[in-house]
Ligand binder design. Structure first.
Ligand code: ZN
Length: 282
């Protein structure tokens, strides 16, 4: 009987690790949108200055979310191979998500909200610090249903598929604009103004942290008023690679996928998720 009880207890504890019973915020973190990060070498995951700037901004957002009543905050190290964050420097009450995630990015766990921290604008934006879409080495542009997009739109749509709203973005003005185009009510903390790809006017890290904490708190207080972003109806996702990532002509393609030209594939789906999984599985 005792063994049985222990087993049940173990099961409950185990499943408790996975079910989001309270209000959980999922932070997607990146480097190019952090205050004081405006040169390529600062985005190296080994760069000590960037690691500190990024961790402090994340922790400011975590403080804001907890102050506004969040029960849990997950922080996903989503920049360049997931090597920029450390359990030593993350807010003591936050949980660190390390490594690459599957195509649904844990969204099936029904988080209460998603936030982008240190986010950059989509590729081919002007006046946007280090604007790119996923990989400046591998991808030239991504187009969904005829509109150019980046990580902000694709990940917001993925969260929206699971009814999860994006409530906050921190980054430069261009990244904030990208989110506001699709989620007009989201809070944004603009920590720098871009003057070009590698030039900007940045807030100090402390000023950025204060702004981010305040905006995170405001965003969480408005939970329920900020709509999830959904792309309705059939979806096509066109992915144009860079010249150095030109496709092999004999590469097998998933169903409902067109080869548009030597560097471009177009994935079709009856809805966003079908097209998304075709791209991600390719
Ligand atoms: Zn990125």
């Amino acid at each position: 009987m005792l063994v049985y009880r222990i087993a049940i207890l173990g099961l409950l504890t185990f499943s408790g690790l996975y079910a989001q019973t309270g209000k959980t915020v999922f932070l997607i973190t990146d480097a190019e949108g952090v205050a004081g990060v405006c040169r390529q070498e600062l985005t190296d995951p080994e760069n000590a200055e960037m690691r500190k700037l990024l961790a402090e901004e994340i922790n400011a957002a975590v403080r804001g979310f907890f102050a506004a009543g969040a029960d849990e905050v997950y922080v996903w190290d989503a920049h360049d191979g997931s090597r920029s964050l450390s359990a030593l420097t993350i807010h003591p009450r936050a949980k660190l998500v390390m490594g690459s995630l599957g195509p649904t990015m844990l969204m099936e766990r029904k988080f209460s909200a998603v936030a982008f921290i240190g986010q950059h604008a989509r590729a081919n934006s002007s006046a946007a610090v280090m604007a790119h879409s996923y990989s400046s080495m591998g991808i030239q542009r991504i187009v969904i249903n005829g509109k150019e997009v980046g990580e902000i739109e694709t990940r917001a749509a993925l969260a929206g598929w699971f009814n999860v709203p994006v409530i906050l973005l921190t980054g430069d003005q261009a990244a904030a604009n990208d989110l506001h185009e699709i989620v007009p009510d989201a809070e944004t903390a603009v920590v720098k103004e871009s003057l070009g790809y590698y030039s900007c006017i940045s807030l100090s890290s402390l000023a950025a942290q204060n702004l981010i904490e305040e905006k995170a708190q405001a965003a969480f207080q408005r939970l329920g008023q900020i709509e999830p972003y959904k792309i309705e109806g059939p979806v096509s996702i066109e992915v144009e690679r860079t010249t150095r990532s030109t496709l092999s002509p004999d590469r097998p393609l998933p169903p409902e996928t067109e080869r548009v030209d030597a560097r471009t594939l177009r994935f079709h789906g009856k809805d966003f998720m079908e097209a998304w999984l075709r791209w991600q599985g390719n």
